[in-house]
Write a protein of this length. Structure first.
Length: 460
């Protein structure tokens, strides 16, 4: 976009919106240029717009359609795929100021929220009514509901409670031409027409801009109790996961840390975890019979070769056991200063193969790669540690990322379980979908955005 075109865009935005809603200072707009992904290019936006109303969003999209200006919707920019990255001359549409919880309905167990509501704030608000909103990404204290919907995010509790898509009942969406579309329902059941609501979940802002969401809530569960089991190999831990799930248990959390992650946490926190541990499995239950279920799971872990099983007696001990899992990312970041967090999902019974395969990739590329996984649903996060100032090491980090992607597909998995595609995984999405699937998805995108102005260059 030329300077003259950018000037026109900014002038028209200022005419259509309150003055405080349009940011153009280059030092300020640069802070909105990218999310937290590595190896993803970002451009310079012509302006950043922070709307407060649905009508503001409609004005921006109508103007963008008229002037053929690309629009990049954003939440809190905690994403890890480059989906929120600006492109040169675009309008960044940040939904952070649309942050109201509009309604909490305990009878119908729904909440109606704007996209800028922070996940943790929603959880606190519904807790006052004895309810819970289960999807809990690790960035839940910063990430927004709109961003969660855009990427189809998950979290630690997915093994029992599912991911964001399962809680989005209805949406208000501003389309590329400024029209307002309402999808879905407020009722407990409903199957009228095509499920357009689900189509927008995980679309990463390429089909429309979510401005309101109707979310399902659940009764608040009891406090969970946690068990930690140490294993001498990833294979033994993987066998334990398979046995736990095959026995019909439904833990509220089932997390796995490989030996590299355990040792990194030890170095950072001095927790005193055995250095010989090659895999640490954490299981939790939030049922009235949690102690009994932990005992049964502990026995399954021992049968699978666990070297030690430590069940918590109360909430305080449970929090101590979970501290190692929460410390994993900062511990791996401390290894070399830069991390690249991968996100692959494989069948549960192939998880150990993925972890062992990642260890071979780390050895071949001479890098530290720690793996943590939501073991209950097979979603692993291999975290590549590298020195970003070393070009050779950074190149090997990127190669290792691609090798992990290939391994995940080879094991019958998918390239992303909860972080989305964005810029980072576009090529890999094409491989996973195949030519027919790719063309159909592109055709769907053209129906919603025929001019291609919504988050261009992302996903497809």
């Amino acid at each position: 976009m030329s300077t003259a075109q950018s000037t026109t865009v900014v002038a028209r935005l200022r005419e259509a919106l309150p003055a405080e809603a349009v940011l153009t200072d280059p030092d300020v707009t640069a802070s909105y240029a990218h999310d937290m992904a590595s190896f993803c290019s970002a451009g310079s936006p012509a302006a950043v717009v922070l709307p407060r109303t649905v009508e503001d969003v409609q004005r921006v999209l109508r103007l963008a359609t008229e002037l053929r200006v690309p629009v990049v919707p954003q939440g809190a920019r905690t994403g890890l795929s480059g989906a929120a990255n600006a492109i040169d001359g675009c309008v960044v549409l940040s939904l952070l100021r649309m942050d109201r919880v509009l309604e909490i309905d305990p009878v119908n167990r729904i909440a109606v929220v704007e996209p800028g509501v922070v996940n943790a704030d929603l959880s606190k608000a519904v807790a006052e009514h004895g309810l819970s909103y289960p999807p809990d990404p690790s960035s839940w204290e910063q990430c927004t509901i709109g961003g969660n919907i855009g990427t189809g995010s998950g979290g630690l509790c997915c093994v029992k409670y599912g991911v964001t898509a399962e809680y989005v009942l209805g949406l208000d969406v501003v389309l590329a031409d400024g029209r307002l579309l309402s999808t879905g329902r407020r009722t407990a059941k409903g199957v009228a027409g095509y499920d357009l609501t689900r189509l927008f979940v995980g679309a990463e802002g390429t089909l429309g801009v979510v401005v309101r969401a109707v979310l399902a809530l659940r009764p608040a569960p009891p406090r969970q109790l946690v068990l930690a089991a140490e294993f001498g190999s990833a294979r033994a831990a993987g066998e334990a996961v398979a046995r736990i799930m095959a026995a019909g248990h439904t833990p509220s959390l089932l997390e796995l840390m490989d030996g590299t992650s355990v040792r990194a946490v030890n170095r950072l926190t001095r927790m005193g975890l055995p250095e010989s541990t090659q895999a640490l499995l954490l299981a939790a239950f939030d049922t009235p019979q949690a102690s009994e279920e932990l005992a049964a799971v502990g026995e399954l872990c021992r049968e699978s070769g666990a070297t030690e099983v430590v069940p918590a007696d109360d909430q305080a001990e449970s929090e101590l056991l979970l501290a190692a899992r929460r410390a994993t990312l900062p511990a791996l970041e401390a290894v070399t200063g830069t991390t690249m967090i991968d996100d692959v999902c494989v069948p549960r019974d192939r998880l150990a193969e993925l972890i062992d395969g990642v260890a071979l990739i780390a050895e071949r590329q001479a890098l530290t790669i720690g793996v943590v996984a939501h073991a209950g649903d097979g979603n692993a996060h291999p975290t590549v540690c590298f020195d970003a100032s070393d070009p050779d090491e950074a190149a090997r980090a990127r190669v290792s990322f691609d090798e992990i992607m290939a391994l995940g597909l080879e094991l019958g998995g998918t390239i992303t379980g909860e972080h989305g595609v964005g810029v980072l995984k576009k090529d890999w999405l094409a491989r996973e979908l195949g030519p027919v699937g790719l063309e159909l998805q592109r055709s769907v995108r053209r129906v919603f955005d025929p001019l291609g102005i919504l988050n261009p260059g992302k996903v497809l």
